[in-house]
Design a protein. Sequence first.
Length: 71
Amino acid sequence: MKEEQPTIDFAYSCVVSIKEIKKGEQFSYNNIWVKRPGTGEIKVVDFENVIGKKAKRDIELNTQIKWDDIG
């Protein structure tokens, strides 16, 4: 159904940087979000678990976040 499309789009997404993130910077709603395709390591269900954690390395814009990137 048309009304379900936003949920479907969100559900099949992965965590991606929406800004450049420097090593040691905290992941926040301002620098990460979920985007399609959901081919990345961290799926939408774990998005909230990433918020507040720190980056182990510099991360470029539009990069899929990996568990190894999180400290």
